[in-house]
Design a protein around this ligand. Structure first.
Ligand code: A3P
Length: 285
């Protein structure tokens, strides 16, 4: 159910033609105005896609699906997305989403225009739970995981069952570039703690400073309650089926699913790998 694309494991329904996608990624011409929201899946991608779209549109709201407004680079060769798939034709400023690792994300030529990347990291225990629910919901239409929760977190740690490789490699690859001037490294838990300040930070990084009124409006519209008012904007459509990206939207949901044994193993196999890197997460608020 996965293809290898430039060393990344990508679900077949996202990249039905791996050669075409690797060509698209390798030949992608970045523009200085491009903005990529980059994450390991289930870390708050849609949340930031919606936020930056509203930053660029002065707090405007719309009923259009988020994939139409902020297209998903890896999905761009999939016929599922149809007419809005051709990212090359999207006028600037292009707002895009990607789950690619730092090593393979399009960067343009070294002397050329540097686009911007907003990376969102989330504590890996909540990512595992969120990813489990998402892949189970996809299983009903043949693209997901249909095994039990008990073994999912370990499969996730070693990246057997999930796409976009291992969580720790992905996050650490981007963490090394957190101080690059064209990278903004944010955390899901900080968005939960203080969304207005994170919206302000993001707007300033994008050179789009906003009035407090607009920041408040964006914060309200991009809160979990604000976004769940119209779930049709955040549905993933695969063939005839669809699933929602917004589920619970909290920090610490992992406690409802992790046994003490699993927690211990997870600490050893996943969290020990980020020790000494200064990358830290809140596991509850
Ligand atoms: P849960 O499954 O834990 O609820 P992604 O967009 O990367 O796939 O991430 C999906 C996760 O982000 C889901 O987590 C979803 O509920 C959460 N999310 C999306 N919008 C959110 C918001 N406005 N506030 C809090 N969490 C949000």
């Amino acid at each position: 159910k996965y293809f290898d694309v430039l060393g990344m494991k990508i679900p077949v329904f996202v990249a039905p033609n791996p050669k075409l996608l690797s060509d698209v990624i390798s030949n992608f011409q970045t523009r200085a105005e491009d903005v990529f929201v980059v994450t390991y899946p289930k870390s708050g991608t849609i949340w930031m896609q919606e936020t930056i779209w509203q930053i660029y549109n002065n707090g405007e709201n719309t009923s259009k699906n988020i994939f139409e407004r902020v297209p998903f680079l890896e999905f761009s060769t999939s016929p599922i997305l149809g007419e809005f798939a051709d990212i090359a034709k999207v006028p600037s400023p292009r707002l895009m989403k990607s789950h690619l690792s730092y090593s393979i994300i399009p960067k343009g030529s070294s002397d050329g225009a540097k686009c911007k990347y907003i990376y969102i990291a989330r504590n890996p225990k909540d990512v595992a739970v969120s990813y489990f629910h998402f892949t189970v919901s996809l299983a009903s239409f043949g693209n997901g995981y249909n095994g039990p929760w008990e073994i999912f977190p370990m499969l996730y740690c070693i990246s057997l069952t999930v796409g976009w490789n291992k969580w720790n490699d992905h996050v650490l690859g981007w963490w090394k570039h957190k101080d690059d001037p064209n990278v903004l490294f944010l955390k899901y838990e900080d968005l939960k703690k203080d969304l207005p300040s994170q919206v302000r930070l993001t707007a300033n990084f994008l050179n789009k400073p906003l009035s407090e009124d607009i920041i408040n409006r964006i914060t309200e519209q991009c809160s979990f309650n604000g976004m769940t008012k119209d779930l049709s904007r955040y549905m993933v459509h695969v063939n005839e089926s669809q699933t929602s990206i917004l589920r619970k939207g909290v920090v610490g949901d992992w406690k409802n699913s992790f046994t003490p044994e699993l927690n211990e193993r997870f600490e050893k196999e996943v969290l020990s790998k980020i020790e000494g890197t200064r990358l830290e997460f809140d596991f509850e608020l």
